[in-house]
Ligand binder design. Structure first.
Ligand SMILES: Nc1ncnc2c1ncn2[C@@H]1O[C@H](COP(=O)(O)OP(=O)(O)O)[C@@H](O)[C@H]1O
Ligand SMILES: [Mg+2]
Length: 797
């Protein structure tokens, strides 16, 4: 069963920090009203299934002034130990974890509030509603089990005692049976389908037989046709050959005729040509002489043409001579002007020569004058020095009183004398100096004049040199002039000669025209003569050709005769009417042959198809036995399932229920008798959930009992169910004494002390319970917080 082992609360309702270790069998929580006892039971319920006694606002679960509550519950099943942790937040979704103890480690099984609750339902093999209704009897709900409708009660009993398991099996078997029935209908359909298949095979066989007979007939018919077709074809072949031969002969005759026609035409034209040669002979004789005449005229014409060519050459000569003459005349004009310049130059050269010859005389004079000028310059310098000396002498005497010549001091009286003498000398010297200067100026003037004359003479000298050079250059033009005159004479006479010749030739074209005209008339006749000559030469060849062609023509005519006779022979043998009839006969036979062959093919195909289809169908038909066997098997299965279901519901389930409920009923009567103050003669619960009680010799329906009596009976039933449960022998009782007087309470104490349940957790404010042989916990409020303290095993100790 399920055993609660430990509960840790953090800020859950009034509990700030409670850690409670539970024990097997009886656990009693004692405490004042409002101490926080009920909260412990609520925490267990909430830890397991996330709820207790209906819906609670989660904010009511969190201790006032805190933000989240935590519950941790350790419990064990027959096999394993588990721990549930739930954390409740005021503004967040609940966190939940289920863990399992494996080798002293807690391992996570599943997470999330709903998933954890669902897993625990599976572990305890009961839904939360049933578990809570049977296990957790809250303060006000202890009587509930007794007060509910019998039907509801029966349902709850079924679930707790595991009777509902048979219902589940019954349902599952129903599902299986539906599947089997579906399969059965399918199998039946399939099996009955084989009858159609059999009929089909029969039909196919009939069809096949008919086809085979027809095939045989057609085959013999085809043989007959083929027997007749062979000779008919041979006959037709012979006729066709004859027809072909006739056609060939006809075309050959046509060809021969054509050949003969062509040859005759050729012969005719040859004959004509030969005829023509006679006329040619006459024509040749008549025009023979024109051939020579034409030749002579042609030669004459060629000669005249040569002369005409010469004329153009002469004309180019005249033109060239004229051009040369023009140039020479131009040159003569130039030479004439040069001759004039020469005579002018020669007359000028005389005067230039006279001027030039004065130059040496003038140069001599210039040298004399230069000498004289230099002498006068020296004299002037000397005179000037003398004057300067006198002047210095006077200054020296005046300033230093010293004689410049003797360097001795001169007395004052003497000074005056010297000054006077010096003055006189200076004046005398100055006059001398002026005379010299005048002479110098005169000579200088003469010199300048001379210079000009010399310059003129030098220019004349230069001009003379140039003029004589020019004369030298021009001297050749006199000879050139004579030469030019001779050349002019020569050219003029050449031009005259050529002109005369040209004039003579100018008369020739007239002659040329006459010759050309004559030639023209002669050429036509000469041409006729030449042609005639040629035709005469070809005559022999033509005659030979004519003879040869005539022989060929004879041969051809013979061949034609032969062809015509063989055509006549063949035509006698060939009958076109018979031929047409034979073609038709063969055609009809061939058509029949094709049709019959086609029919045979078609039949063969159809037979093949029938055979393969029959084969296939027969193969399918083999399944027939199997299908019917399957139908039988499924029928049997469904029958078995039906029997099973029926016996489960009608036999097993009622028997089990009866047994279990009988057991509960028995214990219930015992517990009730122990707990009640009255004489309980009979108390029972049946499989329909009905409760029967006989008290003090009288039957008393449960709804007529007093409050205390009802509580008493309800407790007895709860405890009876719990002790006879096969699954979870756990019971949580909240204030079971609430409607009981002291007598009943004493009986309950006695009862709890004397019976041994797997685990029973009782919450009560009745302090007298502390004498029970149980684990006692005291719950009290200290500074508004619930505190739980364990007192170990009381009473019994
Ligand atoms: N969210 C909460 N925070 C703090 N105290 C609470 C909260 N909810 C209920 N209580 C207090 O817990 C007490 C009720 O606890 P309960 O277990 O029912 O007591 P009892 O021992 O009578 O069974 C009351 O005193 C109530 O004020
Ligand atoms: Mg309470």
């Amino acid at each position: 069963g399920c055993m609660i082992e430990r509960l840790i609360l953090k800020d859950f309702k009034s509990h700030k920090d409670s850690d409670i270790k539970f024990y097997p069998s009886l656990n009693v929580f004692l405490g004042e009203v409002g101490a926080g006892k009920t909260s412990v039971l609520e925490a267990i319920s909430f830890a397991l299934f996330g709820k207790y006694a209906g819906n609670v606002a989660k904010n009511e679960l969190i201790r006032r002034g805190t933000k989240n509550a935590e519950i941790s519950l350790v419990f064990s099943t027959n096999l394993d130990k588990y721990k549930v942790n739930r954390k409740i937040y005021s503004k967040k979704r609940q966190e939940a974890k289920l863990l399992i103890l494996e080798e002293s480690d807690w391992k996570l099984v599943v997470e999330g509030a709903t998933a954890v609750s669902r897993s625990i339902e599976d572990l305890l093999d009961v839904d939360s509603a049933t578990f809570l209704a049977a296990t957790y009897a809250s303060q006000s709900e202890i009587k509930e089990m007794l007060e509910t409708q019998p039907g509801k009660r029966r349902e709850r009993l079924d679930k707790l005692l595991g009777i509902d398991t048979y219902e589940k099996i019954w349902n599952n078997l129903g599902d299986v049976r539906t599947v089997v029935l579906d399969e059965l209908t399918e199998a039946q359909e399939k099996a009955s389908g084989f009858a159609i298949l059999e009929r089909q095979i029969n039909n196919l066989n009939v069809h096949l037989k008919k086809n085979k007979q027809e095939l045989k007939m057609l085959k013999s018919f085809l043989r007959e046709i083929e027997g007749r077709l062979q000779p008919a074809k041979q006959q037709l072949n012979t006729l066709q050959n004859l027809e072909q031969r006739l056609g060939q002969l006809e075309t050959q005759i046509k060809g021969k005729n054509n050949e003969i026609k062509n040859f005759s035409a050729t012969l005719k034209s040859l004959k004509e040509k030969i005829e023509k040669t006679k006329a040619s002979e006459k024509a040749f004789k008549k025009n023979k002489r024109f051939i020579q005449l034409e030749k002579d005229l042609e030669q004459e014409k060629r000669l005249i043409e040569t002369v005409l060519q010469q004329k153009s050459i002469l004309e180019t000569f005249v033109k060239r001579d004229n051009d040369t003459l023009k140039e020479i005349l131009k040159r003569r004009g130039k030479v004439e002007s040069q001759l004039e310049a020469l005579s002018v130059l020669e007359s000028r050269l005389k005067t230039l020569k006279e001027e030039k010859e004065l130059l040496p005389e003038l140069k001599e004079k210039q040298a004399d004058l230069e000498k004289k000028l230099n002498e006068l310059k020296e004299e002037a310098v000397k005179a000037f020095t003398k004057i300067e000396n006198q002047k210095r002498k006077a200054e020296r005497v005046t300033e230093l009183g010293e004689c410049p010549t003797c360097l001795q001091i001169v007395p004052e009286g003497h000074k005056e004398k010297i000054r006077r003498e010096t003055g006189k000398t200076v004046i005398k010297l100055k006059t001398e100096y002026d005379v010299i200067q005048k002479a110098r100026n005169h000579v200088q003037k003469l010199m300048d004049d001379l210079k000009k004359k010399i310059e003129l003479a030098m220019v004349a000298d230069k001009k003379y040199a140039r003029a004589s050079g020019q004369i030298k250059m021009l001297k050749g033009c006199r000879e050139e002039m004579t030469e030019i005159n001779v050349r002019i004479e020569g050219i003029k006479s050449s031009i005259g000669k050529n002109r005369k010749k040209i004039n003579e030739i100018n008369e020739t074209p007239e002659t040329l025209m006459k010759v050309t005209e004559k030639l023209h008339s002669v050429s036509a006749k000469a041409e006729v003569a030449k042609k005639a000559e040629k035709q005469m030469a070809a005559k022999k060849d033509l005659e030979a050709m004519f003879l040869q062609d005539k022989g060929i023509l004879n041969d051809l005519q013979l061949q034609l005769k032969e062809l015509k006779s063989s055509f006549k022979e063949t035509a006698e043998k060939y009958d076109p009417n018979k031929h047409r009839k034979q073609v038709n006969a063969v055609e009809i036979l061939q058509k029949n042959q094709a049709k019959t062959t086609e029919g045979i093919e078609r039949l063969k195909k159809s037979i093949e198809e029938d055979v393969s289809r029959i084969k296939l169908d027969e193969k399918q038909l083999k399944e027939k036995g199997k299908a019917w066997k399957q139908v039988k098997k499924l029928k049997k299965e469904s029958a078995i399932l039906e029997i099973l279901r029926k016996s489960l519901r009608e036999v097993v389930q009622p028997v089990m229920r009866k047994n279990n409920v009988l057991k509960v009923s028995h214990v219930f009567q015992g517990f009730y008798q122990e707990l009640s103050n009255d004489n309980i003669d009979y108390a029972a619960i049946d499989e329909e959930g009905n409760i029967d009680v006989t008290r003090n010799g009288e039957p008393s329906p449960v709804n007529s009992l007093s409050g205390g009596e009802t509580t008493c009976a309800a407790l007895a039933l709860r405890l009876a169910i719990c002790s006879s449960l096969t699954k979870n022998q756990l019971l949580l009782l909240d204030e079971p004494t609430i409607h009981l007087d002291e007598l009943y309470r004493a009986k309950l104490r006695e009862f709890l002390g004397s019976h041994n349940f797997e685990q029973l957790i009782v919450v009560t404010h009745d302090n007298t319970f502390d004498s029970l042989p149980a684990h006692i916990f005291k719950v009290e409020k200290r500074r508004g917080k619930s505190v739980v303290s364990s007192y170990g095993f009381e009473g019994g100790a």
